[in-house]
Write a protein that binds this ligand. Structure first.
Ligand code: SAM
Length: 282
């Protein structure tokens, strides 16, 4: 079956450009263009948006983004072998696809884009988590992007959207949910990828809130959450002891039982504690 964009099927593209997946680049490709179109739709209405795609590889998701109407796609790819395949896509969508060859961890794509900007990526898990944390912790809020639509290992996706009370709830959940609305919008079995990874995957869609859910200084909140979850089995009066000599009183003032553990504490209480700490004389 020929694709709606008139380009060849992805299996053919991969064979022609000898794009055999390399493990060290975390390459697990999506070859089903119906699926990549569905992921592109999960990113929201792309018409009138510039989209940053990180790790386009042979371009399945890139084709989905363009077919779903993205105004402009800026694709950052580390593997030079993918560039000829991406150039063919750029020719099929004149003026709408720009490809940068490089490491997404080292490139600032902003110079190339006009808001509104959405970010979409199917990346190796470690690169994806590092970029997510950077995108969630800019110097100022709101950030330059409107939404992030990112593929993760399912277990990592569950940590991003986790609620208090379970093992999945930790720093990543607090960081993500403090300033975004985060949802799992799709789960994918290993067979959706070539080659198939060992684990299930999930797409998380994060929409930037105009401001944080509850006021707090980001650095203080980060300190509280890091200390609390680094020793998540300990009671907070012990795990947070190093933050302030009067930590028990500050916990009580924030409405938190000093005997509680970090994984029982919701965002609102963490923020109240961060405010109390910031205001407390030492
Ligand atoms: N988006 C394609 C798809 O869905 O079929 C490819 C996904 S594959 C999981 C990850 C892609 O990210 C590969 O093309 C790989 O070369 C690229 N990649 C890995 N590390 C990268 C980095 N640091 N910067 C940019 N691209 C990277």
């Amino acid at each position: 079956m020929s694709a709606i964009d008139g380009l060849p099927p992805l299996r053919e593209v991969i064979a022609r450009h000898d794009l055999r997946a390399k493990k060290q680049l975390g390459q697990n490709f999506l070859l089903d263009l119906n699926l990549t179109a569905k992921i592109a739709r999960a990113a929201g209405d792309l018409t009138g948006c510039d989209v940053i795609e990180v790790g386009p590889g042979p371009g399945g998701l890139t084709r989905g983004l363009l077919a779903e109407g993205a105004r402009h796609v800026l694709a950052i790819e580390k593997d030079a072998r993918a560039l000829p395949a991406l150039a063919e896509i750029a020719t099929a969508y004149p003026g709408r696809l720009e490809v940068i060859h490089g490491d997404a961890l080292e490139i600032d794509p902003l110079a190339h884009l006009t808001p509104p900007i959405r970010i979409v990526a199917n990346l190796p898990y470690n690169v994806g988590t590092e970029l997510l944390i950077r995108w969630l912790t800019p110097a100022a809020w709101p950030p330059f992007w409107q939404s992030l639509t990112l593929m993760f290992q399912k277990e990592v996706a569950e940590r991003i959207v986790a609620q208090p009370g379970g093992k999945a709830y930790g720093r990543l959940a607090v960081l993500a949910q403090w300033r975004t609305e985060a949802r799992i919008v799709m789960t994918l079995p290993p067979e959706a990828f070539v080659p198939a990874p060992k684990v299930h995957s999930a797409v998380v869609h994060l929409t930037a809130l105009p401001g944080p859910r509850y006021p707090a200084d980001p650095a203080v909140l980060n300190r509280v959450v890091a200390a609390g979850f680094n020793q998540r089995r300990k009671m907070l009066r012990a795990s947070l002891k190093g933050l302030h000599p009067e930590i028990e009183a500050l916990l009580i003032q924030a409405g938190i039982a000093p005997t509680a553990r970090a994984e029982e504490i919701g965002l609102e209480q963490f923020c109240a504690l961060a405010r109390g700490l910031a205001a407390a004389p030492r």
